[in-house]
Ligand binder design. Sequence first.
Ligand code: PMP
Ligand code: GLN
Length: 386
Amino acid sequence: MKSLNTLLSNTGTTIFTVMSALAVQHGSINLGQGFPDTDGPADVLQAAADALFDGRNQYPPMSGVPELRQAVAAANKRFYGLDIDPDSEVVVTSGATEAITACLMTLINPGDEVVLIEPLYDTYLPVVRLLGATPKLVRLTPPKWELPRAELAAAFGPKTKAILLNTPMNPTSKVFTPDELGFIAGLLQKHDAYAVCDEVYEHLTFDGTRHIPLMTLPGMRERCLRIGSAGKTFSATGWKVGYISAPKALASVAIKAHQNLTFTTPPNLQRAAAVGLMKDDSYFASLSGDLQAKRDLLADGLARIGFGVLPAQGTYFVTTDFRPLGFNGDDAAFCRYITEEAKVTAIPVTAFYDGAAPSHYARFAFCKRDEVLIEALARLARLFNK
Ligand code: PMP
Ligand code: GLN
C-alpha cells in the first residue's frame, strides 16, 4: 500500500504519554507530565456542571461563546492593559494545543521560515514542518537560559514569517525579561515578522516575577497572536479550552484554521472558563502563591538530596541536573531508573530538543499535593542518600 504521511509516521509518541504510562506500570508518583492532582476552583467546576443543564449543548458560535470572548477581552485589559475586541479579536479553541496549530496555520505558507527557541514544547516542530515551513532553531543554554541575542538575530532573515515564543517557558521555567522581549520585538519589526505567543503559564509566575505579553510592547499589538489556556489557569488540564487574542486581521484568518480543525469547543467548559476568568485578583494571586510554595518544597528537597536544581520563575516545573548524584547514564536512563527504583517519575529534558542535546537534566512537576511531593522526596532520598 502507499506510504502514509512521512512526518507523522516518523513522529514518536509524546514523552508525556510515554512517561505517564511508565509511571502507571510501576505504580510510581508521577512528577512527569504536568497536571495538578487536585481540582481547580469549585465555582468554576459548578459552572461547567450547571451549564450542561440549561439547553445550550448544541454547536456554540465558532469563535466561542460570547461570555468567554468577553471574559478573555476583560482579562486582557485587567492584567495587561490590552484593549481586545471580544467580537473580532478573540478565537476560542479546543486547548492551547489547537490554538498553537491554528496560529501557525494562520501565518505560514510552505517555504516560510519560523524561528523557534530550544528547549521547546513538543508540538511545535512537527506542526511547523507539516505546514511546509523551515524551522530555525535557537538554543538557550542552562543553567541561566539567557537569550543568545546574536544567534537569535542571525536566525532571522528575509524568509522569516514568525517566531514562536513560549513565556513563561516549559521546560526551563524561564520568564522572558522586558529587555529580551524588546530585543525580539525589534527583530520582528526589522524583518516584518509575526509572533505566536504561547502564554499558557501566564498566571503561574513566582517571586514577584511578572509575565509580560510580547503583545504589550510598542509596535507588537498588530504582530502577535497571544494564546492562553483554561486548563492551566483553572487547574483542569483535561478541559482543553484555549483562547487566542489577536488583531482582527490575524484573528479573521485564525478562525478559518479553527473552522477546519475542530470548528467549536464544548460550550459548558467555555462558559465555566468565563466564570473563572472573571474571578477576583485574589484567586490569581493564590494560584501562583500556592504553586510557589510547592516549587520551594520540591526544589529545596531535591537540592538537599543532591540534585543541581535550576531556578524556576514560573510554570509547573523545576529542571534538575542529576550528575551530582553520580548517575552514569543519560536523562532517559535516569528517568527510567528513578521510576523503577524510587517509584518517582520525571521527564527527560532531551525530549524538548531536536537532535543532540544536553542529556543530564530531568524535569519534575511540582503541581501536586504537598504530601505527594514529600513522599516523592522521601523515596528519592532513600534511593540516593543510602
Ligand atoms: N503549550 C505549553 C508550553 C504547554 O506546556 C502546554 C501543556 N499542556 C500546552 C501548550 C497545551 O495546553 P492545552 O492543554 O491548553 O492544550
Ligand atoms: N504540557 C504538559 C507538560 O509539559 C503535558 C501536556 C501533554 O501531555 N500533552 O508536561
